[in-house]
Design a protein around this ligand. Structure first.
Ligand code: F6R
Length: 252
């Protein structure tokens, strides 16, 4: 693609906010608008610390009677392999805790890779097909790893297309050990949507906060597009919005 054509494709928007509270409110408002405008939306959801405040705001909007999740369908980005469903570190548990148990979503409409399925090939193909059967994702919510991962698409030599199993990198295991009693308890593998699965979403919204994310935000969105920094591919998405606080944007 030539430089002029690329310029037309890249319409990344950055919403700069003061702090985590403003980030959570503004990002929740984007999801609010999506749900109100299309009550049967398919939402791609993320776990991790970044979207917790956003989910709190969505629950509050629901409690005020302003949101209805009854026709919403969801597909989560990823899940650890090998954790039982009731393990409080599984992403299924996380989603129930922060959103699903607190709003009127129908559990039949919730999709998360099944980390208890030891047959990786079957599970990844099932999940990719399930997303296809939903008609694709209208809005995908993302966080970003310190190493530039999105979902659990870790830095590598190519952009993985579809849902697949990954070996988590040392840096991800290190970053995620804060949620576990001991680093030895952090799972070593995960099922994750592929970069192709994510890029097919109609709209993508990333939330990023804190100084720790500043170097990778600069590299991913002001550097070259490379699978070594998986999030950099988002520069090419036609409807990508980054909601980030001043600390995360401090190096640009
Ligand atoms: C979570 C996910 C990950 C996180 C990323 C950032 O479902 O797919 O890519 O978004 O690791 O995590 P936090 O928000 O904890 O910094």
């Amino acid at each position: 693609m030539g430089a002029e054509a690329l310029k037309e494709v890249c319409i990344m928007k950055i919403i700069r906010v003061k702090d985590y509270e403003e980030l959570s409110r503004k990002a929740a408002n984007i999801l609010f608008a999506q749900i109100v405008l299309k009550p049967e939306s398919v939402l791609g959801l993320a776990t991790g610390s970044s979207p917790i405040g956003l989910y709190e705001h969505l629950v509050e909007m629901y409690n005020h009677g302003d949101l209805d999740f009854s026709n919403i369908k969801t597909a989560n980005l990823d899940e650890y392999v090998g954790l039982s469903l009731d393990n409080d570190q599984s992403y299924k548990y996380f989603m129930n805790e922060h959103l699903f148990s607190k709003v009127n979503i129908d559990s039949k409409n919730v999709n998360i890779p099944d980390g208890t399925n030891p047959d990786a090939e079957a599970e990844c193909s099932r999940y990719e097909k399930a997303i296809g059967a939903l008609g694709g994702i209208d809005l995908q919510l993302l966080g970003i790893g310190n190493n530039g991962h999105i979902g659990f698409n870790e830095p590598g030599d190519f952009f993985p297309k579809e849902t697949h199993i990954v070996d988590l990198t040392e840096s991800t295991i290190e970053a995620n050990k804060r949620f576990f009693e001991d680093i030895s308890m952090v799972p070593r593998q995960a099922y994750t949507m592929g970069i192709g699965t994510i890029m097919k979403a109609g709209k993508i919204v990333m939330v990023a906060n804190g100084e720790k994310k500043a170097p990778i935000i600069k590299e991913a969105f002001y550097g070259k597009i490379t699978p070594q920094v998986p999030a950099s591919i988002l520069q090419l998405h036609p409807d990508f919005t980054l909601v980030a606080d001043e600390a995360a944007l401090s190096q640009i």
